[in-house]
Design a protein around this ligand. Structure first.
Ligand code: NA7
Length: 532
């Protein structure tokens, strides 16, 4: 008999809720977390300026009406420390700590065909068996530092934003080089510029950023909103992104230009990426439509940045708006008006190497005291692939996913019985409100395990046919949009050698949730259920 019903890997939003939901349905559960605290990606990414780009009222658990009423977010967009305080409160309130083992990395998980259970090994040498194995490792956990010749000789300090020291980093009076201008680089850059003597931003690809217009949540507005929270959560579950967004419902190309300008200007003033990209129906499916929003954004950069040469270098041109994560910042572009900030264009002068004193491009040497890598993640599949997961007949997950990660409904993969992946490849995950998508997946997993017990089954496994058909659908939907045009982490293009496969389901959170519900209600077609 297995030691536990369920082993959960990770204690971020997904692992925390998995522990709560599975325990509440009577199962024995243990979550292993590599970090010294809970929070997952929010634990590790403690760099200055780290903030969620989904509003706090959305980026929070909905499973407990009491929790959502008693917790008060201080700001429209939650900063990293407040998200950690929130998750800690959740762990306290629902008594989750005894079921979470911190500072423990899962190194291997093997399915035992005969015993019909998983054997899970951790880096402290312990081994535990469980009937079910739930990956809650997160989509943005395996960070990447690019191979830069000579980095080991650099005499200053260097850090990746996803492994920020808990005690912080003092940049006061320092010359700092920042590599990367994705969401992270754009958040951290103004914070460093405010204290450093000099900040060099090494930009390979210019990026789009909309304002946050972050502000405190006024008590009166909070009270009013909370009085209709339940209805709002329902709308969120049925929405396209997991956040109710009111668009015009019309294509931009059919709209008079002055109306387009007014609409975009209003949404730019209001702040936030989702309302901006959701303004018109064709922005993410028609290049000509996307060109309209792209030009609007480039005009905002030109009017913000005083040096016209720098402004043009900051104007993105190589991918459609929204096909990479739309960044959000209130002060990124304006930062380039500071005398202590220099933009280095890596397109015309690529980075060559590091040395004791700093960084060299093909045309110049930059003397630095510190380097910050905001160079992203081996996203979606990277963290799970770092574990030696072996399914039926000892097949390695890394081999099974050699041509790219895939999973039926983004939740289970053929050959790996009784293994579930929270927000896995083939689900809306990173292109949705993750908090909501996590809840939906965890509840589906809980209900599936409940169904097995109630009907005398002990195993569940996605069939290859169902998985292939689902991933073909995921691909078809993706290629009806502009998303695959970008060399983004969504498609694995940021990791050398990673197969170029678009694995996020962009058919909408609402329709996706309905499909998952239908499969459950019909007795799990597409899954093979087994009895002893
Ligand atoms: P991203 O979005 O993957 O951004 C990484 C940035 O680092 C991006 O600007 C990259 O340029 C740059 N990069 C990566 N490797 C290199 C090398 N070798 N040389 C120069 N520049 C490089 O990661 P983030 O952490 O910003 O954001 C990840 C998600 O977290 C975000 O989407 C939100 O959902 C939260 P590139 O564009 O590849 O040319």
């Amino acid at each position: 008999m297995a030691d536990l019903d369920v082993v959960v890997v990770g204690a971020g939003f997904a692992g925390i809720y998995a522990v709560h939901a599975l325990r509440s349905s009577g199962l024995t559960v243990r979550a292993f977390e590599a970090g010294g605290g809970i929070g997952g990606t929010w634990f590790w990414n403690s760099y200055p300026g780290a903030r969620c780009d989904v509003e706090s009222k959305d980026y929070s658990f909905s499973f407990s009406p009491e929790l959502e009423q008693e917790w008060s977010w201080s700001e429209r967009y939650p900063a990293q420390p407040e998200i950690l305080r929130y998750l800690s409160h959740v762990a306290d309130r629902f008594d989750l700590w005894p079921h979470i083992q911190l500072n423990t990395r899962v190194t291997a998980a093997r399915w035992d065909d005969d015993a019909a259970e998983w054997t899970v090994t951790t880096d402290d040498g312990a081994v535990v068996s469980a009937r079910f194995f739930v990956s809650a490792v997160g989509c943005l956990s395996a960070y990447q530092v690019p191979s830069l010749p000579g980095l080991e000789t650099f005499s200053g300090t260097w850090h990746h934003t996803a492994r920020w020291p808990a005690e912080g980093v003092d940049f006061a009076g320092k010359r700092v080089g920042l590599i990367g201008t994705g969401s992270t680089g754009i958040q951290v850059a103004p914070q460093i510029a405010a204290v450093a003597s000099q900040l060099y931003v090494f930009q390979r690809t210019a990026n789009y950023a909309v304002p946050n217009r972050n502000r405190p949540w006024e008590p009166a507005a909070e009270r009013e909103f909370k009085s209709r929270y339940r209805q709002y959560r329902k709308e969120a579950r049925e929405s396209f992104l997991g956040v109710p967004v009111a668009g015009t419902g019309r294509p931009v190309l059919a709209e008079p230009p002055e109306d387009v300008q007014r609409t975009f200007t209003e949404r730019w003033q209001a702040g936030g990426g989702m309302p901006f990209l959701g303004a018109y129906t064709d922005l993410l499916v028609d290049q000509a439509a996307n060109d309209v929003i792209a030009e609007f954004m480039r005009d905002r950069i030109r009017e913000t940045v005083s040096d016209p040469v720098v402004a043009e270098l900051l104007c993105p041109r190589t991918f459609p708006v929204g096909s990479k994560r739309l960044c959000q910042s209130d002060d990124y572009y304006a930062m380039y008006n500071r005398p202590n900030v220099t933009l280095v264009d890596l397109r015309s002068t690529p980075l060559e190497s590091a040395s004791a004193g700093g960084l060299s491009t093909t045309s110049a040497f930059y003397e630095l005291d510190a380097i910050v890598f905001a160079t992203g993640f081996d996203a979606i599949s990277g963290a799970l692939r770092q574990i030696d997961v072996r399914g039926a007949s000892g097949v390695a997950l890394a081999d099974r996913w050699g041509a790219g990660p895939h999973a039926y409904l983004g939740i289970a993969t053929a050959g790996f019985p009784n293994m579930f992946i929270v927000t896995g490849p083939g689900s809306p995950s990173v292109l949705s409100n993750m908090a909501l998508s996590i809840e939906q997946h965890v509840e589906w997993i809980r209900d599936c395990i409940g169904y097995l017990g109630a009907h005398g089954f002990t195993t569940v496994e996605a069939t290859s046919d169902a998985e292939e058909a689902w991933m073909a659908h995921v691909t078809e939907v993706a290629y009806s949009t502009l998303f695959p045009k970008a060399d983004s982490w969504y498609i694995g293009a940021n990791i050398p050698g990673k197969p170029r496969v678009f694995t996020t389901y962009v058919g909408g959170v609402g329709p996706y949730g309905s499909k998952c519900d239908e499969v459950a209600a019909a007795g799990y077609p597409g899954f093979a259920l087994g009895a002893p």
